[in-house]
Design a protein around this ligand. Structure first.
Ligand code: NCD
Length: 335
Protein backbone atom coordinates (compact mmCIF):
# COMPACT_ATOMS: atom_id res chain seq x y z
CA UNK A 1 0.00 0.00 0.00
CA UNK A 2 1.35 3.43 -0.87
CA UNK A 3 2.46 5.90 1.77
CA UNK A 4 0.80 9.25 1.29
CA UNK A 5 1.03 12.82 2.41
CA UNK A 6 -2.66 12.78 3.34
CA UNK A 7 -3.31 15.31 6.10
CA UNK A 8 -7.05 15.94 5.95
CA UNK A 9 -8.95 15.00 9.05
CA UNK A 10 -12.48 15.13 7.63
CA UNK A 11 -13.99 14.96 4.14
CA UNK A 12 -16.97 17.32 4.09
CA UNK A 13 -16.58 19.17 0.78
CA UNK A 14 -14.38 18.89 -2.30
CA UNK A 15 -14.22 22.66 -2.87
CA UNK A 16 -10.61 22.91 -1.67
CA UNK A 17 -9.32 19.60 -3.03
CA UNK A 18 -6.27 19.79 -5.27
CA UNK A 19 -5.36 17.42 -8.12
CA UNK A 20 -2.84 15.68 -5.83
CA UNK A 21 -5.58 14.92 -3.28
CA UNK A 22 -7.62 13.26 -6.02
CA UNK A 23 -4.59 11.30 -7.23
CA UNK A 24 -3.96 9.97 -3.71
CA UNK A 25 -7.56 8.79 -3.50
CA UNK A 26 -7.51 7.29 -7.02
CA UNK A 27 -4.28 5.36 -6.37
CA UNK A 28 -5.48 4.11 -3.00
CA UNK A 29 -8.83 3.06 -4.50
CA UNK A 30 -7.00 1.23 -7.30
CA UNK A 31 -5.10 -0.85 -4.68
CA UNK A 32 -8.37 -1.69 -2.95
CA UNK A 33 -10.05 -2.56 -6.26
CA UNK A 34 -7.31 -5.13 -6.67
CA UNK A 35 -7.97 -6.46 -3.15
CA UNK A 36 -11.66 -6.79 -4.06
CA UNK A 37 -10.83 -9.16 -6.93
CA UNK A 38 -9.12 -11.63 -4.57
CA UNK A 39 -10.80 -14.61 -2.99
CA UNK A 40 -10.23 -13.16 0.46
CA UNK A 41 -11.49 -9.59 0.04
CA UNK A 42 -10.68 -8.46 3.57
CA UNK A 43 -7.64 -6.57 4.85
CA UNK A 44 -6.84 -5.90 8.53
CA UNK A 45 -6.23 -2.15 8.06
CA UNK A 46 -8.92 -0.79 10.39
CA UNK A 47 -9.01 -3.69 12.83
CA UNK A 48 -10.12 -2.46 16.24
CA UNK A 49 -11.58 0.80 14.88
CA UNK A 50 -15.26 1.62 14.95
CA UNK A 51 -16.96 3.12 11.88
CA UNK A 52 -20.47 4.44 12.57
CA UNK A 53 -22.95 5.17 9.79
CA UNK A 54 -25.20 7.99 10.97
CA UNK A 55 -27.81 8.16 8.23
CA UNK A 56 -30.57 10.59 9.18
CA UNK A 57 -31.97 10.31 5.63
CA UNK A 58 -32.84 7.21 3.56
CA UNK A 59 -30.17 5.62 1.40
CA UNK A 60 -29.67 2.32 -0.39
CA UNK A 61 -26.29 2.31 -2.08
CA UNK A 62 -24.32 4.88 -0.13
CA UNK A 63 -25.07 3.35 3.28
CA UNK A 64 -24.52 -0.25 2.18
CA UNK A 65 -21.39 0.72 0.30
CA UNK A 66 -19.84 2.47 3.32
CA UNK A 67 -20.80 -0.46 5.53
CA UNK A 68 -19.23 -3.01 3.21
CA UNK A 69 -16.13 -0.83 2.76
CA UNK A 70 -15.67 -0.61 6.54
CA UNK A 71 -16.15 -4.38 6.89
CA UNK A 72 -13.66 -5.14 4.13
CA UNK A 73 -11.16 -3.07 6.14
CA UNK A 74 -11.99 -5.19 9.24
CA UNK A 75 -13.50 -2.27 11.19
CA UNK A 76 -16.41 -2.81 13.57
CA UNK A 77 -19.47 -1.09 12.15
CA UNK A 78 -22.48 0.51 13.78
CA UNK A 79 -25.55 1.62 11.86
CA UNK A 80 -27.92 4.31 13.00
CA UNK A 81 -31.28 4.80 11.35
CA UNK A 82 -33.62 7.52 12.59
CA UNK A 83 -36.85 5.52 12.53
CA UNK A 84 -35.75 3.12 15.25
CA UNK A 85 -33.67 5.57 17.30
CA UNK A 86 -34.04 7.95 20.24
CA UNK A 87 -34.35 10.86 17.77
CA UNK A 88 -38.05 10.06 17.86
CA UNK A 89 -37.84 10.65 21.64
CA UNK A 90 -36.47 14.15 21.09
CA UNK A 91 -32.72 13.51 21.26
CA UNK A 92 -30.73 16.13 19.34
CA UNK A 93 -28.41 15.22 16.46
CA UNK A 94 -25.34 16.30 18.41
CA UNK A 95 -26.40 14.18 21.39
CA UNK A 96 -26.87 11.20 19.07
CA UNK A 97 -23.35 11.75 17.73
CA UNK A 98 -21.99 12.02 21.28
CA UNK A 99 -23.66 8.72 22.18
CA UNK A 100 -21.72 7.01 19.39
CA UNK A 101 -18.58 8.87 20.45
CA UNK A 102 -18.97 7.41 23.95
CA UNK A 103 -19.13 3.93 22.40
CA UNK A 104 -15.69 4.48 20.90
CA UNK A 105 -16.50 5.56 17.34
CA UNK A 106 -13.39 6.51 15.36
CA UNK A 107 -15.00 7.53 12.05
CA UNK A 108 -18.52 8.91 11.60
CA UNK A 109 -20.13 8.68 8.15
CA UNK A 110 -22.97 11.19 8.12
CA UNK A 111 -25.95 11.80 5.87
CA UNK A 112 -28.59 14.40 6.65
CA UNK A 113 -31.24 16.28 4.67
CA UNK A 114 -29.93 19.54 6.08
CA UNK A 115 -26.76 21.03 4.56
CA UNK A 116 -24.08 21.62 7.19
CA UNK A 117 -24.87 18.81 9.63
CA UNK A 118 -21.63 16.82 8.98
CA UNK A 119 -19.62 20.03 9.44
CA UNK A 120 -21.47 20.83 12.68
CA UNK A 121 -20.73 17.35 14.05
CA UNK A 122 -17.08 17.61 12.96
CA UNK A 123 -16.81 20.97 14.76
CA UNK A 124 -18.33 19.50 17.90
CA UNK A 125 -15.96 16.51 17.80
CA UNK A 126 -13.01 18.89 17.55
CA UNK A 127 -14.37 21.16 20.28
CA UNK A 128 -14.60 18.16 22.58
CA UNK A 129 -10.93 17.37 21.87
CA UNK A 130 -11.72 13.98 20.33
CA UNK A 131 -9.91 12.38 17.42
CA UNK A 132 -13.14 11.42 15.59
CA UNK A 133 -13.04 11.85 11.81
CA UNK A 134 -16.14 12.80 9.82
CA UNK A 135 -17.10 11.77 6.29
CA UNK A 136 -19.97 13.56 4.59
CA UNK A 137 -22.23 10.99 2.90
CA UNK A 138 -24.56 13.67 1.50
CA UNK A 139 -25.87 16.79 3.25
CA UNK A 140 -28.95 18.49 1.82
CA UNK A 141 -28.21 20.19 -1.46
CA UNK A 142 -24.62 20.91 -0.41
CA UNK A 143 -22.22 18.06 -1.25
CA UNK A 144 -21.81 14.33 -1.68
CA UNK A 145 -18.03 13.90 -1.90
CA UNK A 146 -17.81 10.09 -1.93
CA UNK A 147 -20.24 9.93 -4.87
CA UNK A 148 -18.16 12.42 -6.89
CA UNK A 149 -14.98 10.53 -6.00
CA UNK A 150 -16.41 7.22 -7.17
CA UNK A 151 -17.59 8.94 -10.36
CA UNK A 152 -14.05 10.28 -10.85
CA UNK A 153 -12.57 6.85 -10.21
CA UNK A 154 -15.03 5.22 -12.63
CA UNK A 155 -14.09 7.65 -15.41
CA UNK A 156 -10.32 7.62 -14.79
CA UNK A 157 -10.11 3.84 -14.43
CA UNK A 158 -11.98 3.44 -17.71
CA UNK A 159 -9.42 5.73 -19.40
CA UNK A 160 -6.45 3.87 -17.87
CA UNK A 161 -7.37 0.80 -15.82
CA UNK A 162 -3.77 0.26 -14.64
CA UNK A 163 -3.11 3.80 -13.52
CA UNK A 164 -6.22 5.93 -12.89
CA UNK A 165 -5.15 9.55 -12.36
CA UNK A 166 -6.60 13.01 -12.84
CA UNK A 167 -4.47 14.16 -15.75
CA UNK A 168 -6.39 11.69 -17.92
CA UNK A 169 -9.30 14.14 -17.77
CA UNK A 170 -7.47 17.00 -19.50
CA UNK A 171 -9.56 17.89 -22.56
CA UNK A 172 -12.37 15.43 -21.81
CA UNK A 173 -15.86 16.91 -22.18
CA UNK A 174 -18.32 15.89 -19.49
CA UNK A 175 -22.01 16.85 -19.59
CA UNK A 176 -23.96 16.91 -16.32
CA UNK A 177 -27.66 16.89 -17.14
CA UNK A 178 -30.84 17.41 -15.14
CA UNK A 179 -31.82 18.73 -11.75
CA UNK A 180 -28.59 20.57 -10.97
CA UNK A 181 -30.26 22.96 -8.53
CA UNK A 182 -31.15 20.30 -5.98
CA UNK A 183 -28.18 18.05 -6.57
CA UNK A 184 -25.38 17.65 -4.06
CA UNK A 185 -23.92 15.08 -6.47
CA UNK A 186 -23.60 17.77 -9.17
CA UNK A 187 -22.02 20.26 -6.76
CA UNK A 188 -19.32 17.81 -5.64
CA UNK A 189 -18.72 16.64 -9.20
CA UNK A 190 -18.28 20.22 -10.40
CA UNK A 191 -15.38 20.62 -7.93
CA UNK A 192 -13.66 17.33 -8.71
CA UNK A 193 -14.07 17.25 -12.48
CA UNK A 194 -13.06 20.87 -13.04
CA UNK A 195 -10.04 20.48 -10.71
CA UNK A 196 -9.05 17.46 -12.78
CA UNK A 197 -9.03 19.62 -15.92
CA UNK A 198 -12.19 18.32 -17.60
CA UNK A 199 -14.54 20.66 -19.48
CA UNK A 200 -17.78 20.44 -17.53
CA UNK A 201 -21.03 21.40 -19.29
CA UNK A 202 -24.16 21.70 -17.15
CA UNK A 203 -27.53 21.33 -18.90
CA UNK A 204 -31.05 21.64 -17.53
CA UNK A 205 -34.18 23.80 -17.70
CA UNK A 206 -33.72 27.28 -16.15
CA UNK A 207 -35.86 26.36 -13.15
CA UNK A 208 -33.48 23.50 -12.30
CA UNK A 209 -30.31 25.27 -13.43
CA UNK A 210 -30.67 28.86 -12.27
CA UNK A 211 -28.69 31.81 -13.55
CA UNK A 212 -26.48 31.89 -10.47
CA UNK A 213 -24.69 28.76 -11.68
CA UNK A 214 -23.22 31.01 -14.37
CA UNK A 215 -21.81 33.24 -11.67
CA UNK A 216 -20.69 30.15 -9.81
CA UNK A 217 -18.87 29.18 -12.99
CA UNK A 218 -17.22 32.57 -13.28
CA UNK A 219 -16.34 32.73 -9.60
CA UNK A 220 -14.93 29.26 -9.76
CA UNK A 221 -12.56 30.34 -12.50
CA UNK A 222 -10.78 32.73 -10.18
CA UNK A 223 -10.87 30.55 -7.15
CA UNK A 224 -8.29 30.71 -4.40
CA UNK A 225 -6.68 27.46 -5.47
CA UNK A 226 -5.76 29.10 -8.77
CA UNK A 227 -7.03 26.14 -10.73
CA UNK A 228 -8.36 27.01 -14.12
CA UNK A 229 -11.86 25.56 -13.91
CA UNK A 230 -13.78 25.07 -17.15
CA UNK A 231 -17.50 25.16 -16.40
CA UNK A 232 -20.30 26.04 -18.83
CA UNK A 233 -24.06 26.42 -18.37
CA UNK A 234 -26.67 25.51 -21.02
CA UNK A 235 -30.45 25.70 -20.96
CA UNK A 236 -30.60 23.34 -23.92
CA UNK A 237 -29.35 19.79 -24.00
CA UNK A 238 -27.72 19.74 -27.42
CA UNK A 239 -24.71 22.06 -26.84
CA UNK A 240 -23.81 20.08 -23.72
CA UNK A 241 -23.98 16.74 -25.55
CA UNK A 242 -22.07 17.77 -28.69
CA UNK A 243 -18.79 15.82 -28.71
CA UNK A 244 -19.13 14.86 -25.05
CA UNK A 245 -16.98 11.97 -23.81
CA UNK A 246 -19.16 11.30 -20.77
CA UNK A 247 -22.75 12.15 -19.87
CA UNK A 248 -23.71 12.23 -16.24
CA UNK A 249 -27.45 12.18 -15.69
CA UNK A 250 -29.08 13.15 -12.40
CA UNK A 251 -32.26 11.99 -10.75
CA UNK A 252 -35.19 14.22 -11.53
CA UNK A 253 -36.68 14.70 -8.13
CA UNK A 254 -40.44 14.06 -8.49
CA UNK A 255 -41.03 15.93 -5.27
CA UNK A 256 -40.04 19.16 -7.07
CA UNK A 257 -43.03 18.85 -9.37
CA UNK A 258 -45.17 20.04 -6.50
CA UNK A 259 -43.23 23.32 -6.52
CA UNK A 260 -44.14 23.88 -10.19
CA UNK A 261 -40.54 23.78 -11.30
CA UNK A 262 -41.47 21.61 -14.27
CA UNK A 263 -44.50 21.50 -16.58
CA UNK A 264 -44.56 17.67 -16.63
CA UNK A 265 -42.24 14.68 -16.55
CA UNK A 266 -43.17 13.97 -20.15
CA UNK A 267 -42.10 17.39 -21.31
CA UNK A 268 -38.91 17.13 -19.30
CA UNK A 269 -38.10 13.83 -20.97
CA UNK A 270 -38.81 15.34 -24.37
CA UNK A 271 -36.35 18.18 -23.79
CA UNK A 272 -33.69 16.73 -21.50
CA UNK A 273 -34.18 12.96 -21.38
CA UNK A 274 -31.13 10.99 -22.55
CA UNK A 275 -32.01 8.73 -25.47
CA UNK A 276 -29.95 6.66 -27.88
CA UNK A 277 -30.71 9.15 -30.63
CA UNK A 278 -29.50 12.12 -28.62
CA UNK A 279 -26.29 10.33 -27.69
CA UNK A 280 -25.39 10.42 -31.41
CA UNK A 281 -24.38 14.04 -30.79
CA UNK A 282 -21.64 12.82 -28.45
CA UNK A 283 -18.31 11.17 -29.26
CA UNK A 284 -18.80 7.61 -30.59
CA UNK A 285 -17.25 6.12 -27.43
CA UNK A 286 -19.52 8.09 -25.06
CA UNK A 287 -20.45 6.53 -21.70
CA UNK A 288 -23.36 7.39 -19.44
CA UNK A 289 -23.22 7.69 -15.65
CA UNK A 290 -25.98 8.08 -13.07
CA UNK A 291 -25.59 8.17 -9.27
CA UNK A 292 -28.91 6.35 -8.78
CA UNK A 293 -31.66 5.93 -7.91
CA UNK A 294 -32.85 6.25 -11.55
CA UNK A 295 -36.34 7.19 -12.72
CA UNK A 296 -36.41 4.86 -15.70
CA UNK A 297 -37.74 6.62 -18.79
CA UNK A 298 -37.54 10.12 -17.30
CA UNK A 299 -33.93 11.30 -17.13
CA UNK A 300 -32.63 8.23 -18.93
CA UNK A 301 -34.21 5.77 -21.37
CA UNK A 302 -34.64 2.40 -19.74
CA UNK A 303 -32.79 0.44 -22.43
CA UNK A 304 -29.70 2.68 -22.18
CA UNK A 305 -29.43 1.99 -18.51
CA UNK A 306 -29.13 -1.74 -19.17
CA UNK A 307 -26.74 -1.44 -22.13
CA UNK A 308 -23.23 -2.46 -20.98
CA UNK A 309 -21.71 -0.70 -24.00
CA UNK A 310 -23.10 2.63 -22.84
CA UNK A 311 -23.88 2.55 -19.15
CA UNK A 312 -21.28 2.78 -16.38
CA UNK A 313 -23.93 2.52 -13.65
CA UNK A 314 -22.95 -0.99 -12.39
CA UNK A 315 -19.26 0.02 -12.35
CA UNK A 316 -20.13 3.13 -10.34
CA UNK A 317 -21.76 0.97 -7.71
CA UNK A 318 -18.91 -1.55 -7.50
CA UNK A 319 -16.22 1.14 -7.57
CA UNK A 320 -18.05 2.87 -4.73
CA UNK A 321 -16.81 0.21 -2.31
CA UNK A 322 -13.14 0.57 -3.30
CA UNK A 323 -13.34 4.38 -3.21
CA UNK A 324 -15.00 4.37 0.21
CA UNK A 325 -12.38 1.91 1.45
CA UNK A 326 -9.76 4.40 0.26
CA UNK A 327 -11.46 7.26 2.13
CA UNK A 328 -11.82 5.28 5.35
CA UNK A 329 -8.22 4.07 5.03
CA UNK A 330 -6.85 7.59 4.52
CA UNK A 331 -8.90 9.09 7.36
CA UNK A 332 -8.16 6.12 9.59
CA UNK A 333 -4.47 6.83 9.46
CA UNK A 334 -3.51 4.61 6.52
CA UNK A 335 -1.92 1.88 8.60
C1 NCD B 1 -27.93 10.60 -4.61
C2 NCD B 1 -28.12 11.26 -3.27
O1 NCD B 1 -28.70 10.69 -2.36
O2 NCD B 1 -27.63 12.35 -3.17
N1 NCD B 1 -27.89 9.23 -4.59
C3 NCD B 1 -26.78 8.57 -4.14
O3 NCD B 1 -26.24 8.83 -3.10
N2 NCD B 1 -26.30 7.58 -4.91
C4 NCD B 1 -28.75 11.19 -5.67
C5 NCD B 1 -30.25 11.28 -5.53
O4 NCD B 1 -30.84 11.09 -4.49
O5 NCD B 1 -30.86 11.59 -6.57
Amino acid sequence: MLTTAWTRRHVISLADFLPEDYDTILQTAASFSEVLTRRNKKVPTLQGQVVTNLFFEPSTRTRSSFELAAKRLSADTLNFSPGSSSLSKGETILDTAKTYLAMGTDIMVIRHKQAGVPQAIANEMERLGTNVRVLNAGDGQHEHPSQALLDLYTICSLLDPKNPRVDLLQGQKIAIVGDILHSRVARSNIWSLTAAGAEVHLAGPPTLLPQHFKEYAQASQQNELELERKLYVHWQLEPALENADFVMTLRLQHERMAQHLLPSLREYHQRFGITRDRLKLCKPHVKVLHPGPVNRGVELNSDLMDDPELSLIPQQVSNGVAVRMALLYLLGGGR
